[in-house]
Design a protein around this ligand. Structure first.
Ligand SMILES: Cc1cc2nc3c(=O)[nH]c(=O)nc-3n(C[C@H](O)[C@H](O)[C@H](O)COP(=O)(O)OP(=O)(O)OC[C@H]3O[C@@H](n4cnc5c(N)ncnc54)[C@H](O)[C@@H]3O)c2cc1C
Length: 565
């Protein structure tokens, strides 16, 4: 077999590449991460971190670091034609299955720095000024051509992850389509000091006529993110550029700074006109114009090469989904690569990366497109009608916990569900609230303890839940069986009610939330679950028969690798 320099080459040190690298490092997989840029970007870019991303960071022990650097907000206020017209208040919807029932505002540069520090503490580093320029796959690996300081050389790895952003070289080299279109409007964006009477705590969305504006508080420096659509832009030119554009990504893509630099005055005028309140912007730290597109590949994998993050999908910033979707791509792919490389899992496991994540990208593009069209895609009488009707609809909806909850779950990416595949079994009761393919929900177990405190470490988790009270011998027998299933990549947890006192090794519950969230309806109910490292339920059985689970687990390990564990 030809020599491999490492198991995985990650192209691109943005949030997707960093997350992939960190997760592989955690699993002891050898990798190299290269980036053509000589220094990390200091731009704040994606400023919203979803609940689902925070859950991922929490399982890696990094959520506290992020929370310390960001601003938590529970409220999004809508201002329509200069009047506050309700909004979303996540306090009202009492989300109790995530430890993070809020939005974290944190600049992308801080998120990247947190991952970079974590990577460095494990001895990992980014190779900067190294550009991927060529790529050839064969049955056993990928030869990668890199350019550094004018010199070209080759590396070989078992797999390549193209996390190289909207203009992805990896995507171009595989000649993959990137179908979609640019939006007609440019965006104006600034990280600036905002002086007004609206305060700096809430996320605010402004709509007025054809323009939409956003205000996002940033932590620390007293700066805030201000963004508006640029209706002064030459939309005709934008459309014709789209018509003649290279659908494989030759045009400017999401987040590209448009050619003209942005002056603070222009942002001031645009933001004042959409906010319709007295406001002064100054002390600009970052000003940019950018054009955004909605585009998606139709394949996430070509042979031994995978695409992830913006390399695979770009969309409007509406809803703050971009970076979060890339982080979840990384979480989906990294453990599968580790299982194949380290534990002899079949190659077919890697096929589920595309079958699980491509539908998510498509749905995200449709969702953000709808949001963007509703808020910013209207003009003339349609915009005036929206301005007249929105307060009537949004105002009352702001008081409905159901609406708030649905919005939070969608923006927070909590309800993403994968379809059945050979590694997600259609097992367990059909109507259970926590079924294979769904995210395993959190629940409070006692005053000081969450289920997620136990489901950490980016490993497989076998979870046995017993609403039925267990006697000490029953608990001991279950613990022994669970112990037989645990290993380097598998943890096991027994969460139960007991007939008497406590029992070492059993996580006892004083609340019934966990049983409600997992659909254990009566006092005799028990459930056995396999939860993947990315927090997705892979298998469920509603009794204490462990043999089907043991058989299912063997799908992830070759017999030889499993017996060595
Ligand atoms: C102005 C702006 C505002 C944004 N606002 C938001 C927002 O509010 N919310 C949101 O969710 N998203 C937002 N985004 C999008 C968000 O920044 C992206 O979704 C996110 O950066 C994607 O991360 P990534 O790691 O996939 O790609 P990137 O962050 O683009 O990282 C790709 C990396 O690959 C490197 N690279 C490229 N080609 C090569 C090569 N051939 N060889 C080696 N290295 C290479 C690049 O140097 C880069 O470092 C915004 C983007 C911009 C620019």
């Amino acid at each position: 077999m030809p020599h491999h320099d490492c198991d995985v080459i990650i192209v691109g040190a943005g949030p997707t590449g960093f997350m992939t690298a960190f997760l592989l490092q955690r699993r002891g997989i050898s990798f190299r991460i290269i980036d053509k840029a000589l220094a990390p970007s200091r731009e704040s870019r994606a400023a919203v971190m979803s609940a689902r991303s925070l859950e991922l960071f929490a399982s890696l022990g990094l959520s506290e670091a992020l929370l310390a650097k960001g601003i938590i907000t529970q409220q999004i206020d809508f201002h329509i034609a200069g009047r506050r017209a309700g909004g979303l208040n996540y306090d009202l919807c009492a989300i109790d299955d995530s430890p993070f029932p809020f939005i974290l505002m944190i600049p992308q540069s801080e998120t990247e720095q947190t991952l970079l520090d974590a990577l460095a503490s494990g001895g990992g580093q980014v190779e900067r000024g190294v550009e991927l320029v060529g790529l050839v796959s064969d049955a056993e690996g990928v030869d990668v051509e890199i350019r550094q300081g004018g010199e070209t050389s080759r590396l070989r790895a078992a797999y390549v992850v193209g996390a190289d952003g909207g203009h992805s070289t990896v995507r171009h080299l595989h000649d993959l389509s990137f179908d979609g279109a640019p939006y007609a409007q440019n965006f104006l964006l600034g990280d600036v000091r905002v002086k007004w009477e609206n305060g700096h705590d809430h996320f605010r969305i402004f709509m007025h006529g054809e323009r939409i504006g956003l205000f996002l508080p940033l932590a620390g420096s007293g700066l805030s993110r201000v963004m508006t659509t640029d209706i002064g832009a030459d939309n005709g030119a934008a459309s014709s550029a789209a018509a003649g554009s290279d659908q494989r990504g030759g045009t400017r893509e999401a987040g590209d700074a448009a050619a003209a630099p942005l002056e603070l005055d222009e942002l001031q005028r645009a933001f004042s006109s959409v906010a319709q309140v007295p406001v002064t912007l100054d002390d600009a730290q970052w000003l940019t114009k950018f054009r955004t597109h909605h585009r998606c590949v139709d394949r996430y994998r070509v042979g031994r090469t995978f695409l992830a993050g913006d390399a695979a999908h770009i969309h409007s910033p509406a809803g703050g989904q971009g970076m979060n979707t890339g982080l979840q791509d990384a979480a989906n792919l990294a453990w599968k690569l580790a299982a194949v490389l380290q534990h002899g899992a079949p190659e077919s496991l890697l096929a589920t990366y595309e079958s699980e994540r491509l539908p998510v990208a498509r749905e995200t593009i449709a969702f953000t497109d709808k949001l963007f069209s509703l808020a910013a895609g209207q003009s003339g009488w349609r915009a005036r009608l929206r301005d007249a009707l929105a307060p009537v609809v949004v105002g009352p909806a702001s008081h409905l916990a159901f609406v708030q909850g649905k919005a939070f779950r969608r923006f927070g990416q909590l309800d993403i569900r994968y379809g059945e595949n050979p590694f997600i079994a259609p097992s367990g009761p059909a109507n259970a609230p926590a079924r294979p393919g769904m995210r395993a929900p959190n629940a409070q177990l006692s005053r000081h303890q969450d289920l997620f405190d136990w489901l950490t470490g980016f490993t497989f988790q076998v979870l046995f839940l017993s609403r039925k009270r267990l006697s000490p011998p029953q608990a001991a027998a279950l613990l022994e069986t669970l112990d037989g299933l645990t290993g380097e990549f598998v943890n096991a947890t027994l969460v139960a009610r007991l007939t008497v006192g406590g029992h070492p090794g059993v996580v006892t519950v004083t609340r019934k939330d966990v049983f409600d969230h997992y659909g254990l309806a009566n006092d005799a109910a028990q459930a056995l679950l396999l939860i993947r490292p990315d927090g997705v339920i892979a298998w469920r059985g509603d009794n204490n028969d462990f043999s089907p689970l043991a058989a299912f687990l063997r799908r992830f390990w070759s017999v030889a690798a499993h017996s060595q564990r």
